[in-house]
Design a binder for this molecule. Sequence first.
Ligand SMILES: Cc1cc2nc3c(=O)[nH]c(=O)nc-3n(C[C@H](O)[C@H](O)[C@H](O)COP(=O)(O)OP(=O)(O)OC[C@H]3O[C@@H](n4cnc5c(N)ncnc54)[C@H](O)[C@@H]3O)c2cc1C
Length: 458
Amino acid sequence: MAEHNFDVVILGGGSGGYAAALRSAQLGLSVALIERDKLGGTCLHRGCIPTKALLHSAEVADVTREAASVGINATLQGVDMPAVNRYRDGIVDRLFKGLTGLVASKPITVVSGEGRLVGQKSISVNGDVYTGKNLVLATGSYSKTLPGLEIAGRVITSEQALQLDFVPSKVIVLGGGVIGVEFASIWKSFGTDVTIIEGLPTLVPNEDASVSKAMERAYRKRGINFKTGVRFQGVQQSATGVVVTLENGETFDGELLLVAVGRGPNTAGFGYEENGITIDRGYVITNDRLQTSVPGVYAAGDIVPGLQLAHRGFQQGIFIAEEIAGLKPATIDELGIPKVTYSEPEIASVGLTEAKAAEIHGQENISVYEYNLGGNGKSQILGTTGFVKLIRKNNGPVIGIHMIGSRVGEQIGEAQLIVNWEAFPEEVASLVHAHPTQNEALGEAHLALAGKPLHAHA
Ligand SMILES: Cc1cc2nc3c(=O)[nH]c(=O)nc-3n(C[C@H](O)[C@H](O)[C@H](O)COP(=O)(O)OP(=O)(O)OC[C@H]3O[C@@H](n4cnc5c(N)ncnc54)[C@H](O)[C@@H]3O)c2cc1C
């Protein structure tokens, strides 16, 4: 058994772990990064990147189908799923090569294998022990299922959905959150008959209520079926398909059932609790400086309660490295983390929903403005509908921005600057937004909220 000592030992090479490793190395700390599978983790190999590649293929299918509406003669002859997968894998492979090259170019010791805490600051991998002055736990998450619902055969999660080499004819999607609506969007564009089952009263229930409503309208228009406020009871599989039964007795049949009911923290079996790390419902509990109950042991990414997003993991990894290096970084404001759902239409949001803003500040102390994309030239050109919704504190800053429409995810950059820099609508209104862009819709909404609408009634 060999012993190795580092300033920082990181368990898990996904978004949170590798960001901590890169920043630690930049700051001159010696680093070991332990990964049992592939650097890049869920986001690169089974999450963000492969799904967004499929969504792009899906968009091309839709554009081809609707080409005649813009005067282009084209026919969608079919979806060649193995070729779609090759395109997707090519992107993942290139990014993976880039990431491994980047990590290899830094003074980071990458250790392959599964790690387990064998002391408060020590991790054993394949019989060797890696001891850090500091540890970073970043072991990520897994696809959850419901009690009694076994993932097998035709009952799949996003991992198996990404491996399909055919377009299913009919799919039931259990869960109307981000992952569920993104797969529903992909499959519908590829020609699948899709039904979403969601237990809460709306699709994308974590978004502003008006966005959820608009999403339902858009999905209805696209012919994506959904049932909300209903609870799943069970599923029966046969050689050819699945039959899903709801608690109200309704049944739905399909070729596959995609279980997209959220992701659970991957923390069991790695010696966390045995070595004094406080765990609650599987999550690693940290303070706002991301330190666990053991001084010098930090946690990042999906194992920390909060939004399970890659960019949150990156930021937490950077924060922890800077904290360890004594730079005293500013804490991460969870409310300022931007969220994008990459379905068609896209959803992008940052800050408080109207309901939450009213609860915190009182409805009479906030103002809300919704700018309809109908007035936005570029959105008309793209043939998309939707809106930009702003929430401001009266005589105060913008505290929430919520957008829906094709490609609005690309607008989240400015939206998050506005909310996080606590800009007043009057300040944003004085900034020039290029014409004709969808970005103008953000500018127009701020003009309107500042009391000087240009292309809008207010
Ligand atoms: C289908 C899907 C789509 C998504 N789309 C988006 C998106 O568009 N945008 C977005 O921001 N987020 C998206 N996410 C979420 C994003 O992937 C996660 O938030 C992010 O990957 C979390 O990073 P992490 O470092 O916490 O964990 P992970 O990326 O899961 O990395 C954890 C790593 O730790 C390794 N590991 C675990 N245990 C051990 C051990 N004991 N020893 C050694 N190694 C270990 C794992 O192999 C893994 O590589 C998506 C997720 C899914 C499933």
